[in-house]
Design a protein around this ligand. Sequence first.
Ligand code: RIB
Length: 294
Amino acid sequence: MRILNYGSLNIDETYAVPHFVQAGETLAPTAFARNTGGKGLNQSVALSRAGAKVYHAGCIGADGEFLTDFLTAAGVDCRFVRRVDTPTGRAIIQVVPAGQNCILLYGGANQAQREGDMRETLSHFDAGDVLLLQNEINGIDFLVREAHARGMRVALNPSPFDEGLLALPTEAIDYLILNEVEAAAMSGKEEPAAALRALRARYPHANVLLTLGSQGSLYSGREGDFAQQAYRVRAVDTTGAGDTFTGYFLASVSAGMPVPQAMELSARAAAVAVTRNGAAVAIPTPAEIAAFQF
Ligand code: RIB
């Protein structure tokens, strides 16, 4: 079983700020860093760190070679990353001292996926392989339908949410991994447990994992219903915490780990990640998680 992650690759430009910039304000950041990012790239790194065999597919421009260098060094197979004549995706991220962020996202090359390329990439995968998707590239609808027709299992992280996701074929989704904001938008229910029930009803074959930040996570699926608390740590940067959780969880359950253990490991991984600056660079290895004093 292989995991194909068809997803974004971004250059993250992160500014540490005393508060999020206001309309009309000019604000001097206290620190700046340029790093690897994108929900797709981050999740590939987490999958690989968690032990999965992962192939990343997507598009970069001429300025994005360091992103595939980083993925390759992390053990991710990048043969399906294509070069296009468009600047690489870019995220301008403000991080405040408590660790929260806000993000300005330029899609760039992430929005340049072509149907022929997507079909060719999927032709290398078979029934039983997993396709993981977020919502930072174009072509999601095409990828879901083609992968489902090939018998692949589809894991969807509908992030960031947009209305187009509601038109995806519901029977084609095998895993839905999302936060409370996305769950409310996808289900029409604000309360997490009600959203979880509504999503299980709407996506008949999907196992649903709902992440709730400091409130932990909830799961409802074939194996039953489970809850996991979040680990308390001193957060410096929460960018990529959800990606860390998603990658660790999907790699773990795909390798046969029982869901409650996978949720606990993923919660630990995300907790370690938020104690570090950056997105992909903050994702810990299993050894680093084991060594962390919670
Ligand atoms: O989930 C975090 C990611 O969102 C960042 O790395 C940034 O690139 C944005 O896509």
